[in-house]
Design a protein around this ligand. Structure first.
Ligand code: GAR
Length: 204
């Protein structure tokens, strides 16, 4: 089974969805640790009782972005993950970091990328009059929310939706899409080659 480290900054509901999927028989990956950039991230307190190693690397404890990432990379050397899943990790990784795990870092974003990268995605989708929203799991490359797409799921935007309504509807799909995408990557059915997603054929 592939070793997975999940990065979070918040409540960790996607992290928990990955942990739950990984606990099913036959799932090709296991969650070996959760790393947060916030000491009080709700997800850390949810992962620890499940017997998952948790680590907080708080940015202000380090003198630079480079020093912060170096500390995380040192811990990752010990954990030796095959795959890193960003799950609500609200910090951009440097090229150095991404290159160290090239093709092995994936992210979930709550919009139908390339639409609405960045923050406040749901409000922006509503303000733009979109009738459809959704989530995207993609490989992480240097540009924010720019990497090639592994899979997407759609939901309707309903009249009168607040951003909270839409976020909740999208989150239900995120919790299904992220485990599906992790399974595809862990089974070698998708990979990133020259910045594009390659899907293995049936013979694999
Ligand atoms: C999720 O909706 C995730 O897609 C989003 O943050 C939320 C984290 O929730 N990520 C981003 O916006 C990244 N740009 P969670 O902590 O409950 O999984």
């Amino acid at each position: 089974r592939k070793r997975v480290v999940v990065f979070i900054s918040g409540g960790g509901s996607n992290m928990l969805a990955l942990v739950k999927a990984a606990s099913e028989p036959g799932f090709p990956a296991e969650i070996v640790a959760v790393i947060s950039d916030k000491a009080d991230a709700g997800g850390l307190a949810k992962a620890a009782p499940l017997g998952i190693a948790t680590f907080a690397f708080v940015r202000k404890d380090f003198e630079s972005k480079q020093a912060h990432e170096a500390a995380i990379l040192t811990e990752l050397d010990r954990l030796s993950p095959d795959i890193i899943c960003l799950a609500g990790y609200m910090r951009l990784l440097s090229a150095t970091f991404i290159n160290a795990y090239e093709g092995r870092i994936i992210n979930i974003h709550p919009s139908l990328l390339p639409l609405f990268p960045g923050l406040h995605t749901h409000q922006r989708a509503i303000d733009a009059g979109m009738t459809e929203a959704g989530c995207t799991v993609h490989f992480v490359t240097e540009g924010m929310d720019e990497g090639p797409v592994i899979l997407q799921a759609k939901v309707p935007v309903l009249p009168g939706d607040t951003s909270e309504d839409l976020a909740a509807r999208v989150l239900v799909e995120e919790h299904k899409s992220y485990p599906q995408a992790l399974r595809l990557l862990a089974e070698g059915k998708v990979r990133m080659v020259d910045g594009k997603v390659v899907v293995a054929d049936i013979q694999g």
